[in-house]
Design a binder for this molecule. Sequence first.
Ligand SMILES: [Zn+2]
Length: 395
Amino acid sequence: MNHQGWPPDLGGGQDGQYGAAMGKTEDGQTAVFVRIAVQNSIGWIEFNRPPVNAFEWTLIKEGGRDYIPFTDVARFYNFTRADFSNERVSLSGATLRIQGGSNSRELYMNGLKFILNFPVIQQGSMLYISRMDLAKLVEPVLRPAKIQTAPVRTVVLDAGHGGFDQGARSALGNEKDFALDVILRARELFARAGFTVRLTRSADIFIPLETRAMFASHQSNALFVSVHFNFGARPDAEGIETYCLAPRGVPSTNDPILTLADFQPGLGNVRDPENIALATAMHASLITRLGVPDRGIKRARFVVLKNDANPAVLIEGGFLTNPRDAARIAAPAYRQMMAQAIFQGVLAYNRAVERSSPGASSEVAEKDHAPAGTGDSVWDPLKSNVYSLPQELHR
Ligand SMILES: [Zn+2]
């Protein structure tokens, strides 16, 4: 697997071609509104494509849900190749690869596994991605610099469980103790680098989830990292998964039946773009540095994610029910590597979003300025439509 240059940054000409702006929907949710227009930049010539005035998206409906053909994704993000064969799609460009399959929720971006909110569908020989996944996953991951946010200087580190709540167990120890040890090691690294560090717990005590989330929400210019270890019904379940909050209107990854509760907005949903960008940076850092099986970036509505006003991720750092994971996790040197990976993950996130912040260089600011001639009349799949109920919930 090659994770070089992750999280992906479509730098150079590619990044400046589409003017993007963040907006708030009526109920305060942050959404990406892309003014669709193309400027005659160097990137355009480089990619040797004819200039157009507006990007026309193709939309199909399936089960009441909107889907976009991967050929449109390829054109919009300037991939140079799109291959469709054996019910699979592969897009490739100068620095990026995307791979997916018909009826699958697994999407690989530069070799890193993401679990889609809805499976890829096929009609004829063409494969389609849901509009929700395009807006809430692909867009913020491919263009983190478009997220209107600033790098953080404060981290809230959360060791899962504690006190009577031991979490998962192996013959070599308890989840609560391993998680706290990783967090204390990470605290050292962040503090040494000049970050302000807040811990939800620094000892073996029980703290309710709601209290942890409220504590985290009160920190400004901060992000939240929770560390847990996993329990599997099958002993062969192995590897790391990283969770961030499910967007409004999609099911949790591990509970794929959509319910009305999935339409309740969480405090953390205002951070949808940051959440997936942070999860990407964090998961890539963990998988590449620790060399363990990649179980993917997933969605959940855990209390500490849902009730946190700051960007937040929860790491399931391996299975205490798996012999290989359990032995790794019990080794202090491995937990130190995990703390390092968490630290590097936050640095990678900060770098990825830096270009959108007020302190970014004037060259970048000028380049990101929306070009003249917007295509307001053009239908825009990046404008999320999470508030319409899908067919199966209409009764
Ligand atoms: Zn746990």
